[in-house]
Design a protein around this ligand. Sequence first.
Ligand SMILES: [Zn+2]
Length: 172
Amino acid sequence: MIFQKIKASLTIEAVVKFYGVKFTRGKAICPLHGEKTPSFVVYNKNQTWQCMGCKQGGDIINFVSKLFGLKNIDAVKKLDYDFKLGLIGEKPSKEELLRFKQQQEAREHEREQQKLKEEKYFRLWEVFAEYDKIRIANMPENKNERPNDLLIHVCEMVDIYWEQILNYKGVT
Ligand SMILES: [Zn+2]
């Protein structure tokens, strides 16, 4: 019953926006997995959400439960509390509030880490591309010509960065 009440009181759009999902032309970066290309959408018609990237989807309640790692009943309590709906007679206990807060912080920390990893990865690509440009610009026209020191150095750097890109872990 309370699940129905919560769902009837909120729209999927309001909920995902409240928890930081930002849309550009109808799509958003999925908050549930690391991605660069937006593949998270909401459907107002049936009040559901879906991510084409991680193949997850569902309703308001399971969005909150997945986002914060909560049980469905706790997700309901959190929604009631965050949106000040007052549908649940009892207020969340201090322990529950603390748990919500901790889960939220853990989730934010995780997202921050993911962002840093992604930034580092793209920086690797940038540096790689810069060196590769220099490498191509300095290639000897004649095959028999000895490569100059700059070219040798740049080729080494290209190899080093390429290897780092290949070995890079943490971005899906
Ligand atoms: Zn996703």
